[in-house]
Design a protein around this ligand. Structure first.
Ligand SMILES: NC(=O)c1ccc[n+]([C@@H]2O[C@H](COP(=O)([O-])OP(=O)(O)OC[C@H]3O[C@@H](n4cnc5c(N)ncnc54)[C@H](OP(=O)(O)O)[C@@H]3O)[C@@H](O)[C@H]2O)c1
Length: 240
């Protein structure tokens, strides 16, 4: 029987990288994003859906996962950065958009998965070091990832037969980094934490999405050894 994985946000970046890795390994991949994912060989079924359209999400999931009784893994990976700015400059509306994409869409997905009757071995919610760093300018994004970590911990109680974790994937060379590493878009003198990202780009400290995806896929079994609900940074895994 084929192994199965659901990946949100699989049109680009890490989600597309994960999709490629699992397809190469012969898994059936179910994906969801607004733009869709094409051009990868293998057993891929994906659906276009804006995950912040909360009423559309359950309908899309019913269509995507019709007839599926078991998922070996789920990656709740879709996310947005929002604007890099000070908290006092951030409007509630901008913060709300980031929270909708990075937190509440995942609540809607988890609720749907919980009620679906699908047996799920493992759910990985893609978090970030920004969940705990609190660096200047990362406002809504940091708040959303901190909330995602707590969401993971809380839902772990409600999924007794599924292992949940929030995983910081480390730096990955994706569209998010195109923004963070662009001096026209983010002023390093105001937001000095981006200097570390810019120095890491095009070095092994910021792998390409496919490489990062492979590391994560290979870490699944080790993640499962941790208490369900844990927050883990892949860069410190196994080093205590
Ligand atoms: N890159 C890094 O260094 C880094 C570091 C730490 C954590 N992360 C996390 O890694 C995850 C993936 O990010 P990435 O770096 O790969 O960025 P990315 O290339 O911008 O990918 C983001 C993905 O999320 C999807 N998405 C965003 N909003 C969506 C919505 N409303 N509905 C459906 N899908 C949506 C996008 O698809 P569509 O636009 O097609 O909808 C896209 O596939 C995010 O959770 C991010 O916070 C990244």
């Amino acid at each position: 029987m084929s192994r199965t994985v659901l990946i949100t946000g699989n049109s680009s970046g890490l989600g597309r990288g994960l999709t490629g890795i699992y397809l190469e390994r012969g898994w059936e991949v179910y994906g969801v994003s607004r733009r869709g994912c094409s051009g990868l060989p293998g057993k891929l079924k994906d659906i276009h859906c804006d995950l912040t359209d909360f009423e559309a999400v359950p309908v899309a999931m019913e269509t995507l996962l019709m007839g599926i009784g078991h998922l070996d893994a789920v990656y709740l990976n879709a996310g947005i950065l929002g604007r890099m700015q000070d908290m006092h400059e951030s409007s509630l509306e901008e913060i709300r958009q980031v929270m909708d994409a990075n937190v509440w869409s995942n609540k809607v997905l988890l609720d749907w998965l919980l009620g679906s009757g699908i047996r799920i071995d493992q759910i990985v919610l893609i978090s970030s070091g920004a969940a705990v760093n609190g660096n200047r300018g990362w406002g809504a994004y940091s708040i959303s990832k901190a909330a995602l970590n707590m969401l993971t911990q809380l839902y772990a109680h409600e999924f007794p037969h599924t292992h949940l974790c929030a995983l910081a994937p480390g730096l990955i060379d994706t569209a998010m980094q195109d923004v963070l590493c662009d001096p026209q878009q983010v002023d390093e003198s105001r937001f000095p934490s981006v200097a570390r990202l810019r120095a890491a780009r095009h070095t092994p400290d910021m792998p390409q999405p496919g490489e990062a995806a492979e590391l994560i896929a290979n870490a699944l079994a080790e993640l499962k050894q941790l208490p369900s609900g844990s927050f883990v940074d892949i860069r410190t895994m196994g080093k205590s």
